[in-house]
Design a protein around this ligand. Structure first.
Ligand code: ZN
Ligand code: ZN
Length: 332
């Protein structure tokens, strides 16, 4: 259980030697994150003294397909028992993982330590860092990455191998002491039917189908650990299945589109988004029925409305706990 220790050590070091955080996040945000982490570390330490496993959730990417210099594409990391379980790997997510390791001391998120990836669907904003994850420092990797995803994941992986063939072949042929040649490839499991997709001591992960435009396969995931039940919606229109899975969950991470932003779109885009995504008032209705302990808004499509409009819109119809995190925020 090195996580709490690592976070605590990192924070202690950082307090002793304050450093300016690089990257797009403004200093006040970094400080807020730091304080959140300090309390997370203390909270984790409290849990560990009670001999309980502690699960933490790190929002690596809270963006959408709309370019946003402050946000990576979709990516959520669940850290359990020193291992990272990564859900989606949108553009910028691998750099965020490195930042989580460097700034927050989460060793499980060093890119070479990420060994488990789960894909909700294959839209670009959820997979564009797949080559980045496979290619980054793979020659120092001890284990190949195991990937669970919809049909199409294997073909996408073959495409990445083709893209990186010159790199892979040269590193294998020259004098580089490659740690594990097999790590140049991933181990793909394409989801054939909904249900259990991973189980190891203290954690199980189930995939369930959601409705997302014309995708024949789009999934949400339910993660059950010894101390937390988490549901990740993936991209979906209002889904009865998500409501069912999230009923009584500790945390529901759900995509959302602002009603105010949506109303200003063209009729064609309005129709598409109703078909593919969940409006803020629809999500409030779902949350009223499912009553998750915490509702986390991510993948926020807001267009010309302020991003925070979704928070006001959901809260107008739902009185539970609702969060609107940024990249690298930790959900407690
Ligand atoms: Zn999508
Ligand atoms: Zn998306």
């Amino acid at each position: 259980m090195p996580i709490a220790t690592n976070i605590a050590t990192n924070i202690a070091t950082s307090f002793a030697q304050p450093r300016r955080l690089a990257g797009p996040r403004p200093a006040p945000r970094a400080i807020a994150t730091f304080l959140a982490l300090a309390s997370a570390a203390l909270f984790s330490a409290t849990l560990s003294t009670a001999a309980q496993a502690d699960t933490s959730i790190v929002m690596l990417g809270t963006g959408t397909p709309v370019p946003d210099g402050e946000r990576a594409g979709s990516g959520v990391a669940v850290i359990h028992d020193g291992e990272a379980y990564l859900f989606d790997v949108g553009p910028g997510v691998v750099e965020r993982a490195s930042q989580a390791q460097e700034r927050m001391g989460i060793e499980a998120l060093a890119p070479v330590n990420i060994e488990r990836l789960f894909l909700t669907h294959l839209h670009s904003d959820h997979v564009l860092d797949y080559p980045e994850l496979l290619g980054t420092y793979w020659w120092r990797r001890e284990q190949p990455i195991s990937v669970v995803g919809p049909v199409g994941t294997e073909a996408m992986s073959q495409g990445v191998y083709t893209m990186l063939a010159e790199d892979t072949n040269t590193r294998l042929a020259d004098k580089s002491p490659v740690t594990n040649p097999a790590a140049a490839r991933v181990l793909v499991t394409e989801i054939e039917k909904e249900g259990l997709v991973h189980e190891s001591p203290g954690i199980s992960i189930h995939a369930f189908g959601v409705t997302h435009g014309d995708w024949e396969q789009a999934y949400g995931y339910k993660v059950v650990t010894d101390d937390l039940t988490l549901v990740i919606s993936g991209d979906t229109s209002l889904s009865e299945e998500v409501r069912r899975q999230a009923s009584g969950a500790d945390v529901l991470i759900h995509e959302v589109i602002s009603r105010q932003g949506w109303e200003q779109l063209s009729p064609q885009w309005q129709a598409y988004h109703q078909y593919a995504h969940t409006l803020s008032d629809e999500l409030a209705e779902l949350a009223r029925e499912a009553r998750p302990g915490t509702l986390v808004l991510t993948h926020v499509l807001h267009y010309s409305a302020p991003r925070e409009s979704v928070l006001d819109e959901v809260r107008a119809d739902y009185d539970g706990r609702v969060l609107l995190p940024d990249d690298l925020d930790v959900i407690e």
